[in-house]
Design a protein around this ligand. Structure first.
Ligand code: ATP
Length: 920
């Protein structure tokens, strides 16, 4: 690896290179910090001294090199050869214009690439990482860039370690350090001091910047930041912003190769024909050949594709979908299945505890949102007896103890800190009259087993006011009930009545509530540590069930309905209870007649999985491994799918899915790294919006291609025909390049700004393998290209016969081509919608503006003496313009007729499909 000299350390910096061989106490002394972290002022002072915590980025590529890279393109090679040949036959104007085109093209590409990169870079900045830090005894979410040595950082599964740190507290922590040590097995971590000579890969009491926490939790004391970290010193550069080729760009490159082959063949054949059959001179033949080459090449196309993609990426970022992998943008348009989790994506994640069930009674809880105002009332409307009150208090004690969230009032609003489920339980305890600070003093927490998706519970160990120890546990009822052998009744401990709790669980879950069980267990062991074995050993006491409402998001209901119209299946894959999932699924409008659980999925033979995934829309109590199984099963049926995820173990499924979607708010760094998209609002509707945006981008690129290809076809066939029939060239190479580069690009660019088509989300997804030219559009290209060539020829011949002025006739031909394009643009703005609908004209400003711009440019081109001289033109009379308009405008009508026909065929097909469906 490329070792760099260690960057400059600030003066008087303590030597922290052997932090692994020192005790936390020694390090706190060295770094003048403590378990409660630094004060805000001290952190600020150290940031100035030590600098920000980020890695060096690579030096940017010099501008001239990026510009020259634009020349590496097959079309440009053909153009440069044409320029050389033109110079060789002393056609200096042609040679000059072709060179100018090459320069303009490279510059457009250069500017666009810069813009797209800047857009991606700013998006990366938006998704920059954050960490949890302890400062002045309080926990804050902090931009990782602001960390300084001496800070105390809280790590949990899924986090990317934000700086080098010595671990001062560890709970089953494992880190994937492959990027630093090459070791693919996650390393177990602990706190104890290790010998000074221990190699980097074995320093189990350190966590290094850039590595990933795969399990457990820890507190780390930051020892090094930025350049001084191990990763900074070995010069591993932060992930570069790269613009990989997208499938569409690859399709275009292939089209370019095919076109070039056809062009070379056509020019060779034409030259042979002209020289041997028509007796043209070599110079005249070269001019013809160059004309064909420059005419057939759609010079502006690559730039337009890049612009369309860049604009789309920007639009998506504004709508809360950050693109991390560019190729995914096009794939979005082909998505036909979306697999979404439930909590927070399809539901609002606004949790309120509504019902509490003890061993003998139900209680309803009043109050809205996270405001701790409301009562806990007996279901029969009466006041709870003293015994019943004790039961409720025991439940609320667990709810408050085994909880890492809290709520605060900020500007009149109640804001939660931490997990919404836990916040709801915290509020429940406050409504019962408990005080969080008093509670923490009376029942200090000794240790915690944090919530893990796989285990589905959280446990904490407490000292009780009477001096004993107690474990408080909350989690999925099905999980905890298995481990309980007693229940907390009005008179104290009783044998458990599992049938009762099961019935109550069903009652709550079938109302769509998220249900948590609260249990406890006296602990006789004097060790201040908690282990999963202690929970798994059972003997728990069931205290209560809590039903928490988390209503579906209104926008998710609408988005699911939209998906159904757009031929996209939505699957809910949740960790929650099957009954809760079914109830919420029904409210959302999903097919909820059958719910398959993760345990059932594990029993299904692999060959039966695809059929199951096709027919069931709700999967509950699933594990991350189940998600991966489902993705693979659906992909084996050639579905293109988007899959959401947030946990560290969701990463494989996110990578496997065609589009991995990570949650920006509740997701882990590990999920974000694996995903192609990050939702900054965790909202299902945003995914559907991104799919619509993906379809629009693809449509706009197809429109550009369908617009630009007939122009090339018309130009090339005009020249080819002229050579074949021994006529004068109606348009010279230089004039063609003017049209292709200046007017065609200006007009096509408008299509990148086109609004979504009216039927955008009413039509089925595009088949993934479908090329951008369907047979219908190919016919359109041939039809429009053919009519264009005929129109140009006709006007050229007419003018030549009338005036016998070749410059004037060519001027007529070039302007005919441009007018033809302008009328065609009006129809090409939509692939389906009719021009006579009022809606068609909303959002037409870019197209109309580009036509106005081209009109001005054509007037300058036609009447400016210098341009006349350069392009060999004679000025047109007013009557000529009238004829031009009359001859070129019918194309608008013709394309509209073609669209009307296509619409009819589509409606007919839809009706047939609907009839076939009914007959089934
Ligand atoms: P989704 O997968 O749709 O986001 P989810 O949030 O319900 O749904 P998990 O987070 O895997 O899925 O939660 C699974 C179950 O674990 C929940 O149904 C609940 O019973 C329990 N649970 C959730 N959060 C906690 C928590 N903080 N502490 C204890 N138990 C929890």
């Amino acid at each position: 690896m490329n070792r760099q000299p260690t960057p400059e350390l600030p003066p008087h910096a303590p030597d922290l290179h052997h932090a692994h061989a020192q005790t936390p106490a020694q390090l706190f002394a060295l770094l003048t910090s403590g378990e409660a972290g630094l004060s805000a002022g001290e952190a600020q002072r150290r940031r100035i001294l030590w600098g920000e915590n980020h890695l060096p980025t690579s030096a940017p590529t010099p501008a001239w090199l990026r510009w020259t890279r634009q020349l590496h393109n097959l079309f440009i090679y053909v153009l440069l050869t044409s320029a050389l040949i033109s110079a060789f036959i002393q056609h200096w104007v042609d040679a000059g214009v072709i060179l100018a085109v090459v320069i303009i093209n490279a510059t457009i590409g250069f500017v666009q690439e810069g813009k797209a990169e800047a857009a991606l870079r700013s998006i990366l900045r938006l998704s920059k990482s954050q960490c949890l830090v302890l400062r002045g005894g309080k926990t804050f979410t902090l931009d990782s860039q602001l960390l300084v040595p001496g800070d105390v950082v809280l790590l949990q599964a899924g986090d990317r370690v934000p700086a080098d740190m010595r671990l001062i507290y560890c709970k089953e922590l494992r880190c994937d350090e492959a990027m630093l040590t090459g070791e693919s097995q996650a390393a177990d971590k602990f706190v104890a001091v290790i010998p000074v000579e221990t190699t980097l890969a074995e320093r189990a009491n350190m966590a290094y910047m850039g590595t990933m926490v795969t399990a457990g939790t820890a507190h780390g004391l930051v020892t090094q930041t930025g350049n001084h970290t191990q990763i900074g010193m070995i010069n591993q550069l932060v992930q570069q912003v790269s613009l990989p080729d997208t499938p569409l760009q690859r399709q275009l490159a292939q089209l370019a190769r095919q076109l070039t082959a056809v062009i070379l063949l056509a020019t060779a054949a034409t030259m042979a024909f002209g020289m041997f059959v028509r007796d043209y001179t070599l110079a005249a033949m070269f001019q013809g050949a160059i004309g064909i080459a420059v005419a057939a090449i759609p010079e502006g196309l690559p730039a337009i594709v890049t612009i369309s993609l860049a604009l789309g990426v920007e639009r998506m970022a504004r709508k809360h979908a950050l693109v991390r992998r560019l190729p995914a943008v096009e794939v979005l348009g082909a998505v036909d299945v979306i697999c979404s989790d439930k909590t927070g994506t399809l539901t609002a994640n606004a949790m309120t505890a509504r019902l509490l069930v003890t061993s003998n009674a139900r209680y309803s809880i009043s109050g809205e949102g996270y405001e701790p105002a409301g009562d806990i009332q007996h279901h029969h409307g009466r006041l709870p007896t003293d015994d019943e009150l004790t039961q409720v208090t025991t439940a609320c004690n667990i709810a408050l103890s085994c909880n890492d969230a809290n709520v605060t009032e900020e500007d009149g609003d109640w804001v939660i800190h931490g997990d919404p489920t836990e916040a709801a339980l915290h509020v429940l305890a406050l409504k019962h009259g408990l005080d969080a600070a008093d509670h923490a003093r009376a029942r200090p927490r000794l240790d915690t087993l944090p919530f893990e998706t796989e285990k589905r519970y959280m446990a904490s160990l407490h000292q009780t006011p009477d001096g004993t120890r107690e474990m408080a546990i909350k989690g999925a009822p099905d999980q905890l009930l298995r481990l309980c052998h007693q229940q907390w009744g009005p008179q104290g401990l009783e044998p458990i009545n599992k049938a009762y709790w099961e019935t109550e669980l069903q009652h709550l879950a079938s109302q769509g509530m998220r249900v948590l069980a609260l249990a406890n267990k006296p602990v006789t062991d004097t060790a201040p540590r908690l282990h999963h074995d202690q929970v798994a050993a059972g003997e728990l006491v069931m205290v209560a069930l809590v039903g928490i409402s988390d209503p579906p998001r209104a926008e998710a209901i609408a988005a699911i309905a939209q998906c159904q119209q757009a031929g996209i299946r939505v699957l809910m894959i949740t960790g929650d209870n099957p009954l809760t999932a079914a109830a919420i699924g029904r409210e959302l409008g999903l097919k909820a007649d059958r719910v398959v659980t993760g345990a059932e999925l594990d029993q299904v033979p692999p060959q039966a999985l695809p059929a199951l995934a096709e027919n069931v829309s709700i999967f509950a109590r699933t594990s991350p491994a189940n998600k991966l199984q489902l993705v693979q099963a659906l992909q084996s049926r050639h579905h293109t799918l988007a899959m959401t995820g947030d946990g560290v173990n969701d990463a494989p499924a996110l990578r496997q899915a065609d589009i991995g979607v990570a949650m920006g708010l509740k997701g882990t760094d590990a999920a974000r790294d694996a995903a192609a998209f990050v939702l900054t609002d965790d909202n299902f509707a945003t995914i559907v919006g991104a799919v619509a945006e993906g379809r629009t981008i693809y449509d706009n690129i197809v429109k550009s291609i369908v617009f630009i290809l007939p122009t090339s076809l018309a130009e090339a066939s005009v020249i080819l025909l002229a050579i074949l029939f021994g006529w004068l060239l109606p348009i010279t190479p230089a004039q063609i390049l003017w049209v292709n580069m200046i007017t065609a690009v200006t007009l096509t660019l408008a299509l990148a700004f086109e609004r979504p088509e009216a039927n955008l989300m009413q039509r089925p997804p595009r088949p993934r393998q479908q090329g951008f030219l369907t047979s219908r559009l190919l016919y359109r290209v041939l039809l429009v290209g053919g009519i264009g060539a005929a129109t140009i020829f006709m006007l050229f011949r007419w003018q030549l016969q009338h005036t016998d002025n070749i410059d004037l006739a060519r001027c007529m031909a070039v302007n005919a081509l441009v007018c033809f394009e302008a009328f065609y643009l009006l129809a090409a703005r939509s692939l389906h919608d009719a021009i006579w609908h009022k809606r068609y004209w909303s959002g037409s400003a870019p197209a109309l503006l580009s036509i106005a711009l081209v009109a001005i440019m054509q007037l300058i081109f036609t009447y400016w003496p210098l341009s006349q001289q350069l392009f060999s033109l004679a000025p047109l009379a007013a009557s000529d313009w009238l004829i031009l308009m009359l001859a070129t405008s019918p194309i608008l009508l013709l394309v509209e007729l073609e669209k009307a026909l296509a619409r009819r065929i589509q409606t007919h097909r839809n009706t047939e499909q609907a009839i076939a469906h009914v007959n089934l």
